[in-house]
Design a protein around this ligand. Structure first.
Ligand code: G3H
Ligand code: 13P
Ligand code: NA
Ligand code: ZN
Length: 328
C-alpha cells in the first residue's frame, strides 16, 4: 500500500530503524527491490530522480509503481522524488502518484551565501505548503554534498565543483538546521557530512576527518524529532568492485560510506539512507560477468536476471543491516 514518507519515517523513529531509499529507473530494479522487501518483510522507499523520470516517462513510471504495489499489497511503499529542483517538478511528481518529494534548494547554494540560504528556505517552504495541501511529504536539504578530502562541493552532479569550499561551508551547520526546519516545516532533512554522490567518495577508508558523522549527532541533539536523511550513502562494497573489475571493468580502487557508520547514524536520528551507486554497481557487475562468461549470449533476459538477483541481495543486506526488516 502507498504511504507517505512522513508516515513511514514516523514509524521508523518510533521503532529506531532506518530505511534505505533505492533509486529506480526500470522494471527490473522495481521487481528486485520488492522481492527483497517481501523476503524480509520491510517497508520500501523507491525514489526517482528527474533523470529517471525522463528515462522512463512519468506514465510508465507511475503504472510500474502501481503494478509493484498490486503485486506486493502487504508492503508499505513510499514513492519519492529525488532531488527535485523546482516547484513545478515537485507538483508534477505528486500528480503522478509520488507521496513524497525532495525540494533540493541546496542545488543552488553552492557558495552558501545568505542569499542562497534565503532562496532555499523560501522555495522549500512553498513546496511544503503545496505538498501538505494534498497530503504528500517533503524532504529538504541543507549543506553541500561534496568531498571533504578534495575540499570542494560537487554541485550534486558528481563531477566536482570549480570553486573550492571550506569544510565549514560544506558541512551542515546545526544552528542553521534548527532555523531551517522551523521555517520550512519539512518532514525530513537531508544534511551534508562529507559524503558525495557516485562511486568516488573517498580515496581511503574514511575516518572522522573526511566522514563527519559527528555532524549528525550534533544536529540530532538539537532536533531530536526531525527525521534526518543521508545522501551519497552507497558503501561501494569491495566485493562489488572486485566483480566489476574481474570481468573487464576498469574502476579505480575507491571507498564509500561503511555500513557500520550508517548504522551509527541510524542510532542518531537518520531515518532515510539514499543508495543508488551500489545498486548500479551490483547490476553492472552482473552484466559484465555474463558478457565475459557467455560470449554468444544475446538474450537480454540472460543479462537482466542475474543483475536482478545481485540487486535483490544488496537490498536485502541493507534492509537487514538498517533494521528495516520485520517492520512492514
Ligand atoms: O542523486 C543522484 C542519484 O544517484 C540519481 O542519479 O540523476 O543519474 O538518475 P541520476
Ligand atoms: P550514492 O551515489 O552514494 O548511491 O547516493 C545516491 C543519492 O544520494 C541519491 O540521492
Ligand atoms: Na531524495
Ligand atoms: Zn542525493
Amino acid at each position: 500500500a502507498r504511504i507517505t514518507l512522513r508516515q513511514l519515517l514516523d514509524h521508523a523513529a518510533e521503532r529506531g530503524y532506518g530505511v534505505p531509499a533505492f533509486n529506480i529507473n526500470n522494471m527490473e530494479q522495481g521487481l528486485a527491490i520488492m522481492e527483497a522487501a517481501s523476503a524480509c518483510d520491510a517497508p520500501v522507499i523507491m525514489q526517482a530522480s528527474r533523470g529517471a523520470r525522463a528515462y522512463t516517462g512519468d506514465i510508465m513510471l507511475a503504472r510500474m509503481i502501481d503494478a509493484l504495489e498490486e503485486m506486493y499489497p502487504q508492503i508499505p511503499l513510499c514513492l519519492h522524488l529525488d532531488h527535485g529542483n523546482e516547484e513545478a517538478t515537485c507538483a508534477s511528481a505528486i500528480r503522478y502518484g509520488f507521496t513524497s518529494v525532495m525540494m533540493d534548494g541546496s542545488l543552488r547554494a553552492d557558495a552558501k551565501t545568505a542569499a542562497d540560504y534565503d532562496y532555499n528556505v523560501d522555495i522549500t517552504r512553498r513546496v511544503v505548503e503545496m505538498a501538505h495541501w494534498v497530503g504528500a511529504s517533503v524532504e529538504g536539504e541543507l549543506g553541500v554534498l561534496g568531498s571533504l578530502e578534495h575540499g570542494g562541493g560537487e554541485q550534486e552532479d558528481g563531477h566536482g565543483a570549480e570553486g573550492k569550499l571550506s569544510r565549514d561551508q560544506l558541512l551542515t551547520d546545526p544552528d542553521q538546521a534548527v532555523d531551517f526546519v522551523r521555517a520550512t516545516r519539512v518532514d525530513a532533512l537531508a544534511i551534508a557530512m562529507g559524503t558525495s554522490h557516485g562511486a568516488y567518495k573517498f580515496t581511503r577508508q574514511p575516518d572522522g576527518e573526511i566522514l563527519a558523522m559527528r555532524v549528525i549527532e550534533e544536529i540530532h541533539a538539537r532536533l531530536p524529532n526531525t527525521h534526518l536523511v543521508m545522501h551519497g550513502s552507497s558503501s561501494v562494497p569491495q566485493p562489488l568492485q572486485d566483480v566489476f573489475n574481474a570481468f573487464g571493468g576498469e574502476m579505480p580502487q575507491t571507498w564509500g560510506v561503511p555500513v557500520e557508520e550508517i548504522v551509527r547514524g541510524i542510532r542518531h536520528g537518520v531515518r532515510k539512507v539514499n543508495i543508488d551507486t551500489d545498486c548500479r554497481l551490483a547490476m553492472a557487475g552482473a552484466f559484465r560477468k555474463v558478457a565475459v562468461q557467455s560470449k554468444s549470449e544475446f538474450d537480454p533476459r540472460k543479462f537482466l536476471k542475474p543483475a536482478m538477483d545481485a540487486l535483490r541481495e544488496l537490498c536485502r543486506d541493507r534492509f537487514e543491516q538498517f533494521g528495516t526488516a520485520g517492520n512492514a
